[in-house]
Design a protein around this ligand. Structure first.
Ligand code: ZN
Length: 485
């Protein structure tokens, strides 16, 4: 019976493929991710809208690329080149120190179905004028750029909308249920305010930037500036949560220091902000106010990175912040912050962590985990409010590739939960295979359709050989940290 079944399947495969089926299926949908292709910081990286999952990532020249997966047919469209990142270099580089990697795209679909991307800046450039809300320090580069699809639900053609300041970094879209769009970002280099701009007309116009977190000379040292890394997301109803960490940015040279975890939220009905206890906060929030009113944990020597945050049905926040090779989960139980818990502790290097809150005590988290020759991305679950976490299904694993993770796709279809980029050890170029993973693993396609590098690998052979800038940078920064998130 087994042989008959096998023969039948083979006949069927030949029948279906015919002469046109010249390539095997591969589990990635594109091979032209480039550098640090995606991150949890610039978000969303994708959105499921009207039966299609749209994803955006950094491709060749650090430009934004968009692809679409049609769930009804199981077919991929794209990736399509959607704009130009002015920080990109031509030809593509093989030394990762030559890439800026901060201009990654954030994607949102407006209420009419047009797709919007914002990308392309690491603080902006002085040639675009004076920055009224920040400095160019640690980022005199690029131009925050907004592009929109020419037609709703169609990724084939894009045009630029010149309606935002040039200076924005770490661009993040938040969309309310009524379709109002909020664009959050840091208004320049490290020493800049974090702001938002609101659009009630599908991204065609925006309100002036409103400062949420203030940069200024630090009260504790005149050689430090108060700086921040923040992450914004929908809260319950018409609210937006902010989870953030503090960065004392040293003068004259920046340091990699990061401290503390914080939380607050905005009521979008009137633009007012409160802390978790509901006390009013005056904007922009300073370091002093943040310490007094919004602190979750004073982390001492432990160094956090920006995290993710989602609320439960009661509106209470759950948060996940990476600390080095671990992540810490926090939640507000209505009266106090629960003692943080390390998820997947001791099992290897854990990265990022975005999650779904099913109830106040049941949370499912997607984590990257690297341990002794096996890299995987998969689910972890708690049913006791985060005290204990149990490993769940693995979405993808490999003995030879590492995975860069992003946030969970907005309004995710079960089959398409997270966009990933794979990094092969010892690869001689910076191109990444791109994966969209969900309940049934990666959503692949025929190999010929997934191939988008053209002759780029041949072009790389023409690059001059020398001491890699990445290596020099690493030595110079030995006492600091590497690239910013
Ligand atoms: Zn700094």
């Amino acid at each position: 019976m087994a042989r008959t079944g096998s023969a039948l399947r083979w006949s069927f495969a030949v029948l279906v493929c015919g002469a046109f089926c010249f390539a095997a299926n591969v589990d990635y949908f594109a091979d032209n991710g480039y550098g640090n292709t995606l991150s949890t910081e610039q978000h969303p990286t994708g959105e499921h809208f009207n039966g299609v999952t749209y994803v955006a990532y950094q491709g060749p020249h650090e430009d934004p690329y968009v692809a679409a997966y049609v769930h009804a047919t199981g077919r991929w469209i794209g990736p399509v080149h959607a704009g130009v990142n002015t920080m990109g270099k031509s030809p593509d580089q093989i030394d990762k120190g030559e890439l800026d990697n901060h201009g990654k795209p954030a994607l949102v679909v407006d209420r009419q179905g047009y797709l919007h991307l914002v990308f392309g800046s690491h603080g902006g450039d002085p040639k675009h004028g004076k920055n009224p809300l920040g400095e160019f320090y640690m980022g005199e580069k690029g131009k925050m750029t907004h592009v929109v699809s020419e037609k709703p639900g169609d990724i084939s053609a894009w045009r630029t909308l010149d309606n935002l300041p040039a200076f924005g970094t770490y661009n993040q879209w938040v969309k309310l249920a009524n379709g109002d769009l909020y664009l959050f970002y840091r208004h320049g280099g490290h020493r800049s305010d974090w702001v938002y701009q609101k659009s009630v007309d599908d991204g065609r116009t925006f309100s002036a930037p409103v400062s949420v977190l203030k940069h200024k000379v630090s009260a504790r040292s005149p050689t430090d500036d108060d700086a921040w890394y923040a992450w914004f997301e929908n809260g319950k109803g018409d609210t937006i949560t902010a989870s953030y960490i503090y960065h004392p940015c040293g003068r004259p040279t920046h340091s990699g220091q990061r401290e503390n975890t914080y939380y607050m939220l905005m009521d979008c009905r009137d633009g007012s902000w409160t802390n978790v206890q509901g006390q009013h906060l005056t904007l922009p929030v300073t370091k002093e106010l943040a310490d007094k009113a919004t602190l979750i944990e004073s982390t001492g020597k432990d160094r956090p990175s920006h995290g993710t945050c989602h609320v439960d049905a009661d509106g209470r926040p759950h948060l996940c912040f990476p600390f080095g090779a671990n992540v810490r989960y926090y939640r507000w139980d209505g009266k106090a912050w629960q003692k943080p818990v390390m998820v997947a502790a001791g099992l290897g290097r854990v990265n990022d962590g975005d999650f779904v809150v099913d109830s106040p005590t049941t949370v499912r988290m997607i984590l990257g985990l690297a341990n002794s020759g096996l890299d995987e991305v998969g689910w972890w679950k708690t049913t006791d409010g985060g005290l204990n976490w149990v490993k769940g299904p693995v979405l993808i694993s490999s003995p030879s590739m590492g995975f860069q993770t992003s946030v969970i796709i907005r309004n995710a279809h079960p089959d398409a939960q997270m966009l990933l980029a794979a990094v092969l050890a010892n690869e001689e170029h910076l191109y990444r295979r791109m994966y969209l993973v969900g309940e049934h693993g990666p959503l692949g396609r025929p190999e010929a359709e997934a191939s988008h590098l053209g002759d780029r690998l041949d072009q790389l052979k023409l690059l001059p050989k020398g001491t890699p800038k990445a290596e020099a940078k690493r030595k110079k920064k030995a006492s600091q940290i590497g690239e910013e998130p």
